[in-house]
Design a protein around this ligand. Structure first.
Ligand code: WTA
Length: 663
């Protein structure tokens, strides 16, 4: 562990506040302390028990086949349909009138509540329409949509016909979309004309048109684009490809018989940033993933039948997959689906929604909590948030102050806070307090949940003693684990399983510490992945975007500490000789603006560097590796650390002097 993390740790471990579970919650908790022992004694038996939450068309013969690690098979021989489990079976059980989704559009008053029976009709229609467009089991469908009910419907319709979906976050650029379309060879794209964001209609369809053209340039043809009319804005239309949702779906039959698929049938591919420039297509399959997301959603949120649940994530991220779509709907929950931003049309929008719908379980990210803290407690205080009984946090470490504020101001000191650690790859929550069992410590994700085996290990893979830090690993397979990287088994093995190969541990890429009680504190990435507002970004991917600009010779990107976003993107750029000019400051700021725009275009707004520093050199080791640690020192305004391993130790001076003189 670096000096920096040690320092963070020292501060964290001074934290000695504890929050016991509320007595009534503990008394009626879904999961009690004995579950830890039960799961440890017979892990597979425990997971077999959890699989009973689902309705199987054919029961499995074997819980886990781990004969060919790291390629796992769970619930071998079992067959099921994910959409049937998320929708139809609730209707069949007489719960068709229960609201599945309270949709809240960004424009105030634009709301729509959809019951499970209605959802069944919608999903069936969409499944029929996709089939008519030529989509068959195994074909990939890309989804590039705002947070509207049709996005959820499309995901479920894909699952229903066995067509793996790949949802691409609507904030990603056409380039990012194109590379994903090509990588997974998507046959159809489902999108909308646009969505509402910060008070105005922002378009999506033009990016799909561009991406389709770019994918064609890469040799891949998208056959059809299904378009929801959301904002009514003008769109360019190609009759040979584009199809309106209201033509194809709304006229389709509401009856559709779901086919049961093998437990290991691919459910979806979710692209996420890795340590190289190319995003990884994380593959999740049907049975194990659905067991993992349904079980964790039930256990960690202590879900009860009359709860109103709200997860503020976007369906473009894994949190939206596991904790808006699959987990909650498999559990037959009533939930809020909100299209917009927290501050539109004004800052109290989220709290208004909680008050209006009586939200009881709320799941959001530390970056949002920090921005509310900054705005002041008057805003939430002016609303009635007394319906809340449990709060969740995900995406990045939650700092103790934010945790305590969240519990105190939003949760009125009644609500446990569950700090949930997991990843796109793990599919569902791995480490979290259990709300009816665990005395929470602000800033700690606490313990692996029952059924999950995690450790903090040293370089050699030995468990570290309490009070020490190391690498976070998962030591046993789990049902919702990724099965591979789409089309790249080798990369799957190298990325996650080669680090502790002999021990067979999954390497998560995060650093963590065990405190003196043995509780876990996740500290953040130990690789070249940044975490900006809970979004994973690869340093290399942004560097590649920068060097693809004709004026840039070389670029190095680091994630620097940021009060609001956790980390922020800071780029150091060496310009090509032809672009250097005389170093006048307005010329430099033009180039910086141009480069920021370029990154937005190549990847998307979330990747836009907070800072771009034009430098004459980059610090490199003798073997040519960029020493990002030193650049992080500069970006975080710290004294530059040890430079002795640099090939040219004067480089850092050159960089610092250049920056302070504005060159
Ligand atoms: C980080 C999001 C600390 C971590 C579900 C992980 C966290 C990466 C937490 C995965 C948490 C997520 N505490 N760090 N509670 N939750 N992370 O794939 O670095 O978008 O590896 O999945 O986010 O991000 P991903």
């Amino acid at each position: 562990m670096s000096e920096k993390t040690d320092e963070t740790l020292a501060n964290l471990l001074k934290e000695d506040r504890r929050f016991e579970p509320p007595a009534d919650l503990a008394e009626h908790a879904n999961l009690t302390a004995d579950a830890y022992d039960r799961a440890a004694e017979d892990r597979e038996g425990f997971w077999a028990e959890q699989a009973e939450r689902l309705t199987w068309a054919q029961k499995w013969d074997q819980v886990l086949d781990w004969s060919n690690p790291p390629f796992a098979k769970w619930y071998v021989g079992g067959k099921l349909n994910a959409a049937y489990n998320c929708v139809d079976r609730h209707v069949e059980a007489g719960r068709g009138d229960k609201v599945a989704l309270h949709f809240v559009g960004e424009p105030v008053g634009d709301t729509r509540s959809i019951t499970y029976a209605e959802l069944q009709d919608l999903v069936s229609q969409a499944a029929n329409a996709l089939t008519d467009l030529g989509v068959a089991a195994g074909d990939r469908v890309a989804i590039y949509m705002p947070m509207i009910p049709e996005a959820v419907v499309t995901m479920l319709a894909c699952a229903r016909i066995g067509a793996p979906h790949t949802v691409v976050f609507g904030g990603f650029s056409s380039d990012a979309l194109a590379s994903r379309l090509e990588d997974c060879q998507a046959k159809v794209v489902v999108t909308s004309d646009g969505g509402y964001r910060r008070g105005s209609a922002s378009s999506l369809k033009p990016a799909v048109d561009e991406a389709r053209e770019k994918a064609a340039g890469l040799g891949h043809t998208v056959e059809k684009v299904l378009v929801v009319r959301r904002t009514g804005q003008d769109v360019v239309w190609d009759d040979s490809v584009d199809v309106w949702w209201h033509d194809a779906v709304e006229s389709a039959s509401t009856s559709h018989t779901p086919e049961a698929f093998d437990a290991e049938h691919p459910l979806y591919v979710m692209y996420t940033s890795g340590t190289t420039g190319k995003p990884k297509g994380i593959l999740h399959t049907t049975g194990g993933y659905l067991v993992g997301s349904a079980y964790t959603h039930w256990a960690v949120f202590d879900l009860k039948d009359d709860d109103v649940y709200w997860c503020t994530a976007d369906i473009g991220w894994v949190t939206g997959h596991s904790y808006i779509v699959y987990g909650p709907l498999a559990n037959g929950v009533t939930q809020v689906l909100y299209e917009g931003t927290p501050d539109s049309p004004e800052r109290g929008r989220w709290w208004d929604i909680i008050e209006q719908y009586g939200v009881t379980l709320f799941y959001t990210a530390p970056t949002a909590i920090r921005s509310f803290m900054k705005q002041g407690r008057e805003i939430p205080d002016a609303r009635d948030l007394s319906s809340l009984r449990l709060l969740g946090s995900v995406g990045e470490p939650i700092n103790p102050e934010a945790y305590v504020w969240y519990r105190h101001v939003i949760g009125g000191d009644r609500t446990p806070v569950v700090d949930t650690w997991w990843q796109t790859e793990t599919g569902s929550i791995m480490i979290s307090p259990l709300p009816g069992v665990t005395a929470g410590k602000p800033g700690s994700a606490m313990n692996p949940i029952p059924g999950v085996a995690a450790e903090v290990v040293d370089e050699e893979g030995n468990a570290v003693p309490n009070g020490s830090g190391g690498y976070l690993v998962l030591t046993e397979p789990w049902p919702s684990m990724l099965r591979t990287i789409w089309g790249d088994d080798q990369r799957f093995k190298e990325t996650y399983w080669s680090r502790f190969e002999k021990l067979g541990y999954y390497f998560a890429g995060d650093g963590a510490k065990k405190d003196t009680d043995g509780d876990l504190w996740v500290l953040g990435r130990v690789d070249d992945v940044m975490n900006v507002s809970g979004h994973r970004l690869s340093t290399t991917e942004i560097e590649s975007a920068l060097v693809s600009h004709p004026k840039v010779a070389e670029a190095a990107v680091v994630g620097a500490k940021d009060e609001d976003t956790g980390q922020a993107v800071c780029a150091f750029v060496i310009l090509r000789d032809s672009a250097v000019g005389d170093g006048a400051s307005d010329e430099q700021s033009d180039i910086v603006a141009e480069l920021r725009k370029h990154v937005r275009k190549e990847i998307g707004p979330i990747a836009t560097p907070r800072q771009i520093m034009i430098v004459p050199e980059l610090p490199k080791t003798r073997s040519g590796k960029i020493m990002r640690r030193l650049l992080r020192d500069v970006a975080e305004n710290r004294e530059v650390g040890d430079v002795t391993t640099l090939a040219d130790s004067s480089v850092m001076e050159l960089i610092s002097t250049g920056l302070s003189s504005g060159k």
